[in-house]
Structure formats: structure tokens, C-alpha cells
Design a protein. Structure first.
Length: 312
């Protein structure tokens, strides 16, 4: 029986493992289906993780030492996908395909993935002009023109953020009405640096070996197509929370989730099931930053430790 099972080996999972093992838990395993590091390893440049700035540092560079540090304190890594976690009496059972693993506590850190919009060239130029993170990549377009796709709160809030950095922001949205909160829409409307392109969608993203150079825009109402010469487009069309491990045989979730499927936790990363914690991008109101995911993981690791000590 594991003292603690951690599902997911991104910044949240690794930091949970570090704090749980260094705090004294002996029997802690992190299940990460790929190489540890999480989604930030896809990033070609990270410059906002405090204290480790170096020009040209990639997400892979940032994450490379993390597993070594965790293993030093005794964290075990199993390169396996967890299919489901469920409750059995006082304990949890992890279904990992051919076998089942029991654990006293579980920290779920499976992250979320920004949804793709599905236009031509989106995958080809992802990370080379197509981005899903303005906080991460906005600075690369300082004083340049960029586009934002989407009409929700994220798209409009990020468009306002980008308007502080970029010379112009085109907001491309498929309808005339916005899903975003009215005060945010009002701020966008009043911003001179933002141009709204409505009833529109991106038909194609194009570029060269260096990256994106532009977008072909088409309109629903028959308006003539338009080309935007932009080196960056930010796609904010919602997120898919990776919560599949929490779905039980009858389709219900093991713990409380909101309408988007994000796990409801309190400030100590507790779900409504004792001994079960969620940390990082998959939890409600996550800031979706490496430093925040790591912080969540640290809190969850300490809470798992406390739970085990209380039961002893
Ligand atoms: P993740 O990093 O998503 O890790 C979750 C892990 O769980 C994954 O490794 C996955 O393989 C694993 N997993 C999922 N399901 C299972 C399962 N069933 N069984 C086993 N393993 C599973 N943030 C910044 O702070 N600065 C940046 O500059 C920045 N740039 C970014 C650029 C890009 C292109 C992207 C995509 C994100 C960027 N982010 C950035 C956001 C940052 O990467 C995330 O906020 C952070 O990685 C979230 O950490 P996490 O541990 O919650 O989840
Ligand atoms: P969202 O509310 O789901 O909005 C997604 C937007 O993308 C919608 O405008 C949608 O258009 C558009 N879209 C979806 N698929 C598309 C596609 N394939 N091509 C083009 N456009 C597409 O997502 P979100 O903005 O990330 O917000 C998620 C949740 O977090 C929401 O509940 C939101 O309120 C909340 N949130 C709150 C705040 C805040 O309170 N400050 C900030 C950020 C997010 P349609 O409108 O036509 O469907």
C-alpha cells in the first residue's frame, strides 16, 4: 500500500512528490505516462519562472533537474497511465491497466490542455507563432501586431493584456455577441489598440521556416476575405481539463467538479473526499502558470503528509 500516489508528473506532481518525500513519507510513487516535466516542456522559451532566468531557456531546460531532485528524496516514478482512481473503504485504488495499486492518499495533477480551434496551419505553427498563453509568449510580440481568437473571458482578458505590450491586437470571434462578462467586453470596445473582427474565423495560418507570418480570415456574412500579416496568434477557445482518471464506472466523478470539469478544492488543495487532493492546472481558478502549479503541488504534498501522520 502506497502512502501517497501522485498522478501526473508536471510541475504540480513533481513538487508534490518533492514535498511529500522530503517531509518524511517513505512510500510515494508518481505515475506519469510520459517523461516527467508536463506541458511546459513544449515551450520553446520560458522567462517567468522566478530565479532561474537565462536567455533562450526552454521549458525542457527548466524541468530537466526536477525529477533528479525528487528522486534524491525517494520519489519513485512509474511511467504508466492511470486509467481510474476510486475509493475502496478507507483507501484508494488506482487502475493502471493490467494491475491495481492501493494508496492511502492520492494527489491528482493531470493538468489541462488548451483546446485547439481546428484551422489549417494551427498545429504546424504551434509554438512558432500560434500560442495559447499570452502571459508566456506575449512579450515576444512587443510593439508588433498580433491576433486573438475567441470571444470568452479568457480571449478578451488576454487581448487587453496583449494590448499593453503589442502595437495592435485583432480579436477574431465567430459571432457578434461575446460570451465574456459585459464589463470586460466594454473595456475591450474602448481600447484603441484592439480591433474586433466579428462573424469571422481563421481559414488558414501561413508562414515559413521561421514561423507564422499571417492569417487568412473568412466571414460568415459574405464579407470579402481578409489577410492579416501577423507573426503571432493567440488561440483562446476554452480548455479541456484532464479529469478522466476521476470518472467512475457509473460516469460520476469521484470528487466535486465545476461545470468545466475542473476539480473543486479549497486553499489546501483538499477535494471533498478526505485524502484526495488536486493541484495545478486541473483545479478551479488555476492561474495556469508553472510557478502556481508548483505551489499547489507543495501544498498538496504537505497535506498528504499531514493526513498520514493524523491516521498513524
Ligand atoms: P501539466 O504540466 O499539464 O502536467 C500534467 C502531467 O500529467 C502531464 O505530464 C501528463 O502526461 C500527465 N498525465 C495526465 N493524465 C495522466 C494519467 N492519466 N496518468 C499518468 N499521467 C498523466 N507557464 C508559465 O508559467 N510560463 C510559461 O512561459 C508557460 N508557457 C507555456 C507554453 C506552452 C506552449 C504551454 C502549453 C503551457 C505554458 N505554460 C507556461 C503553462 C504551464 O505549462 C502549465 O501551467 C503547467 O505545466 C501546469 O502544470 P501541471 O503540473 O498542473 O500540469
Ligand atoms: P469559453 O468561455 O468556453 O469561451 C470560448 C470562446 O471560444 C467562445 O467565445 C467560443 O465561441 C470560442 N470558440 C470555441 N471553439 C471555437 C473554435 N473552434 N473556433 C473559434 N472560436 C471558438 O472559454 P474561456 O474564455 O477559456 O473561459 C472558460 C471559463 O472560465 C468560463 O466559464 C469563463 O467565464 C471562465 N473565466 C472567467 C474569468 C473571469 O471571471 N475573470 C476569466 C477567464 C475565464 P462562442 O462564444 O461562439 O461559443
Amino acid at each position: 500500500m502506497l502512502d501517497c500516489a501522485i498522478i501526473g508528473g508536471g510541475p504540480a506532481g513533481l513538487t508534490a512528490g518533492l514535498y511529500a518525500t522530503r517531509g518524511g513519507l517513505k512510500n510515494v510513487t508518481m505515475f506519469e505516462m510520459g517523461m516527467p516535466g508536463g506541458q511546459i516542456t513544449q515551450s520553446s522559451e520560458i522567462e517567468n519562472y522566478p530565479g532561474v532566468f537565462r536567455e533562450g531557456m526552454t521549458g525542457m531546460d527548466l524541468m530537466e533537474p526536477w525529477p533528479h531532485q525528487c528522486q534524491h528524496f525517494g520519489l519513485k516514478h512509474e511511467m504508466k497511465e492511470v486509467k481510474r482512481v476510486s475509493k475502496s473503504g478507507e483507501h484508494f485504488v488506482l487502475d493502471i491497466g493490467s494491475e491495481q495499486v492501493e494508496a492511502k492518499t492520492v494527489i491528482v495533477c493531470t493538468g489541462s490542455t488548451p483546446r485547439r480551434a481546428g484551422f489549417e496551419g494551427e498545429d504546424e505553427f504551434f509554438g512558432k507563432g500560434v500560442s495559447t498563453c499570452a502571459t508566456c509568449d506575449g512579450f515576444f510580440y512587443k510593439n508588433k501586431e498580433v491576433a486573438v481568437l475567441g470571444g470568452g473571458d479568457t480571449a478578451l482578458e488576454e487581448a487587453l493584456y496583449l494590448a499593453n505590450i503589442c502595437s495592435k491586437v485583432y480579436v477574431i470571434h465567430r459571432r457578434e455577441e461575446f460570451r465574456a462578462a459585459p464589463p470586460t467586453v466594454e473595456r475591450v470596445m474602448k481600447n484603441d489598440k484592439i480591433e474586433l473582427i466579428l462573424n469571422a474565423s481563421i481559414d488558414r495560418a501561413f508562414g515559413d521556416a521561421m514561423g507564422l507570418t499571417g492569417l487568412d480570415i473568412v466571414f460568415k456574412d459574405g464579407t470579402a476575405p481578409r489577410t492579416l500579416d501577423v507573426p503571432g496568434v493567440f488561440v483562446f477557445v476554452g480548455n479541456n481539463v484532464k479529469n478522466q482518471v476521476l470518472i467512475q464506472e457509473d460516469g460520476s466523478f469521484l470528487c466535486g467538479t465545476n461545470e468545466q470539469g475542473e476539480v473543486i478544492v479549497d486553499l489546501k488543495m483538499h477535494t471533498n473526499v478526505p485524502g484526495l487532493y488536486a493541484a495545478g492546472d486541473m483545479r478551479i481558478e488555476a492561474a495556469k502558470q508553472v510557478v502556481c502549479a508548483a505551489s499547489d503541488g507543495a501544498i498538496a504534498g504537505m497535506q498528504a503528509l499531514e493526513h498520514i501522520l493524523e491516521q498513524a
